[in-house]
Write a protein that binds this ligand. Sequence first.
Ligand code: UTP
Length: 468
Amino acid sequence: MERVASLDSLRNLCRPAGQEHLLAHWDRLTEPQQKQLASQIDSVDFGLVTGLAAGEGFASEAAEIANRAEPPEAVPLGSHYRGFSPQDALEEGNRIIAAGKVAMILVAGGQGTRLGFDQPKGMFPIGPVSGRTLFEMHVDSLKGAMKRFGVSIPLLIMTSPATDALTRKYFEENDRLGLREDELILFQQGTMPAIDAATGRILMDSPFELALSPDGHGGIVSALVKSGVMETMRSRGIEVLFYAQVDNPLVRACDPILIGYHRLAESQMTTQVVRKRFAKERVGNVVQIDGRTHIIEYSDLPDALAEQTLPDGSLKLWAGNIAVHVFDRAFLEQAACDAEALPFHRALKSVPYVDSEGNRHKPATPNAVKMERFVFDLLPRARRTLVVEGDAAEVFAPVKNAEGSATDTPTTSRQAISKLHGTWLEQAGWKVEEGVQVEIHPLWAWDAVEVRDKIQGQGVVLADTYFT
Ligand code: UTP
């Protein structure tokens, strides 16, 4: 009786949206399968999907606004900004972190398709000597910050249905990597169904599963609220959220200078950028359009605009997004009230599916539209933003692509970590032999200054060494 009633209610959800085919296999499903399908259908915002299928709710065509893109006003590397020196920023950052008002967000819900690793990317071993995972690199950096500032800093990790169970298991089995129970909060982002590009119908991954994928890192805004994490942060007195991606092991957790500039400039959302190495580098372009900060994806910036240069030959649109942001909690809360207003970006992909007769198809060419929200679309919504330049060698070594690709592979990332740590040792008067890998644990030394304090006399690193 109950099953029939639930089938009716599901029909009432699907039919007006033209998605009744989702129930085509219902009578052949087992009860657990029916439950799974019912809960997935229940999670779909059919109004939103119908609108998107009709082309509404997408980000405006980047090409339309890209013509007006100017370079952002940015705090130059290691320099003064509106009367504030890096030392002022450091002191302000130190103060607010030590006061316990900062938390760190790590987004780890992506499917990591390009890397081709069959576990959550955070579990990928990346330490050049230690073999520590991406999660360990971030947690250790955060522990380094906690030690330096003598304060507990909560770590908020966003997972997705694609990564949640394994990520939770990983942290449970590894004693939360040494974090206290109240220092580690995992919360899950939402999903979006893939729709058939020709018909707008939601694709099915199996007779009882929709073809769902994470709703993009922009899903964090509503996920923080729905999970109650935003409220927890407010009740704990957190004012600033430092945001980073799990796939960049060079991020310095809660970088005090970045946070300090953010506070001194009274910014609502601050973003760290690096100088692009070449015009079409595969990073988002941080630009200013009509007085607002925007990020235009590399794929959306026409070549002619990307290649513009200044009289000194340098790139006009020079600022590359590395997805390190600082948010005022209050700004994020405000954005969350209107989270649905964040636009979607569409990607045409080949998505395998099961048709209404139960036949499985594996299209060789793109057949489906996947829809994601991007966190950086919050930038133009902020009244006050700040862009701060960082040195790529110190802050950016992403793990995006499988070994053998030209850029952003595990090897290039490990090399960058070893090179940076080698530079810190050399600045302290040591020498690192050619070809030798070095790695410094953040609890041994968190930055170049701490390495200098730690090391006495002169020395030569002759073999791969992990300073721990
Ligand atoms: P990417 O856009 O590089 O995606 O995510 P990805 O899933 O890691 O890799 P590909 O594109 O499938 O190869 C950048 C960061 O945003 C997170 C990822 O976990 C990564 O830290 N992310 C991405 C989410 O948390 N949720 C998403 O829906 C998408």
